[in-house]
Write a protein that binds this ligand. Sequence first.
Ligand SMILES: [Zn+2]
Length: 227
Amino acid sequence: MISGADLIITCPHCEALAKVFSIASGNPFGTIGWSDGYRDSPMMPTAPRIARCQSCGKAFWTGQAQSIGYLLPEQGDAQRKPEWQAAPYLEPLDEAGLMNALSEGLGCSAELELELRVAIWWRGNDAFRREDAPVGHATSPEACANMERLIEMMHESDEDLLLFRAEALRHLGRFDEMEETLRGVYCSDYWPAKSRLLELGKAEDRKLRVLFTMELPEEENALNPQG
Ligand SMILES: [Zn+2]
């Protein structure tokens, strides 16, 4: 993975500067695809879609912030633009931070609300992205309410979202509804995920699971053992 230029943006609330990282080149090796649809790609990190300004403390969609330029990785560019260089990087928000962003009104359209709620669900599930996670799915009343709302919002939606809906139903232990939802998934691209969810549902398994992994090629492993 090679870092790219940093995008410099201004906070839509207070105009404070912030940096957004980018990568010049990445690859999908090492990706883990999880049953909730989240893909963890260590060699292809993405910049946060929602962040909180470190100056005024307000949350915003990074796509709605104004871009003012790029800070190039070349030596010398940082010296020419010390204010840009000093700006903090935008940090991704955790489950609680995203829930706060939702209550501050960032889910102001159905589309944004859906994206924000999926992000809340994924960040809550991060606690279970390891083999020995004791429970394997969210249990807090806030997280369950979020899944309930996602299930409601993804009723009769596109097939990729029906897979998300089925997974949320599985986490809540509603296996019959999960099966019914998966009847709406026909696209052959989704068959492996669909059959795995059906299998887990039959076993009354509610845990977040790994669906696939993309192994690093052996020669790259040898060259770059730490990734
Ligand atoms: Zn601000």
